[in-house]
Design a protein around this ligand. Structure first.
Ligand SMILES: O=C(O)CCC(=O)CC(=O)O
Length: 260
């Protein structure tokens, strides 16, 4: 896996899949690494060249001091594409990954093919939850919020049915570098990309989770109605819908990206 330098921050990047196929870039959510896409990789690599990366502050990427911004995350992606000599990619980002996709769609339209914005938001009407989360993590580490976060990521039904997958997701969250996690929470606490959305020209699919309380259907609907021509599909899942409903999620991605 190459480490790519984005303005002094080393980003852990993985490139797999069909050589010469269209390129799809996957972007993770808060507290997850590129491993979160494992349920999709077998199917996606048959059709696409797939780029995954750990956002700064996550996984094997460096953890520069925060706070971070969506613009910084977007410029990190452009640094990866420049380094790999890739002109244009399709984008699939979940939650924070979808927020970075919104920034790229509006600010670097020539680098974006189709956009998939899953379980995401363009702003938080009330940042209190983020301020509370920052305080709790500063005082008690990620362990202090882990159970509540996991309850938002996966429905109770899924957690009871799939304890091993749930434990893996929790371990991924707990392994997040605290400084990187906090710097991302700061970026979320000030997020407001509402004005960017009407500028997006890429064909866009919004994916929402029927049981997602972190980024609810109303947040997805605001994104869908603000991006000209965007469509929306709802999956029977909580926030991390690609893990909870891997087949439905993969089918939605492949169907949208391969339709003419
Ligand atoms: O998942 C994200 O990228 C944003 C945070 C969120 O909405 C879910 C959570 O960590 O509670």
């Amino acid at each position: 896996m190459p480490m790519i330098d984005a303005d002094g921050c080393l980003l852990n990047v993985s490139v797999e899949g069909r050589d010469g196929g269209p390129t799809l870039m996957l972007s993770n959510s808060l507290g997850c690494t590129l491993q979160m896409w494992e349920p999709q990789m077998k199917a996606l690599t048959q059709v696409f060249r797939v780029i995954r990366y750990d956002r700064r502050g996550h996984g094997k990427s460096s953890v520069p001091p925060g706070p971070y911004t969506m613009e910084r995350f977007g410029r990190d992606v452009l640094a990866i594409l420049d380094d790999l000599n890739i002109e244009k990619v399709h984008w699939c980002g979940l939650s924070m990954g979808g927020m970075v996709g919104q920034w790229l769609g509006a600010n670097a339209p020539e680098r974006m093919g189709k956009l998939i914005l899953a379980n995401t938001s363009c702003y938080y009407p009330d940042p209190t939850n983020w301020h509370n989360r920052i305080k709790a993590v500063k005082e008690g580490g990620i362990a202090a919020v882990a159970d509540a976060v996991i309850a938002g990521w996966l429905t109770q039904d899924f957690r009871e049915r799939e304890p091993e997958i749930t434990a893996k997701m929790k371990a991924m969250l707990l392994a997040s570098p605290v400084e990187g996690y906090l710097a991302c929470c700061e970026a979320l606490s000030t997020l407001d990309q509402r004005a960017l959305l009407p500028k997006i020209k890429s064909p866009t699919l919004v994916i929402a989770g029927r049981h997602d309380v972190a980024t609810p259907i109303s947040a997805a609907e605001l994104i869908r109605s603000s991006i000209p021509g965007a469509s929306m599909t709802i999956i029977d899942a909580a926030h991390i819908s690609n893990v909870e409903q891997p087949h439905a999620f993969t089918d939605a991605v492949v169907g949208f990206l391969t339709q003419r």
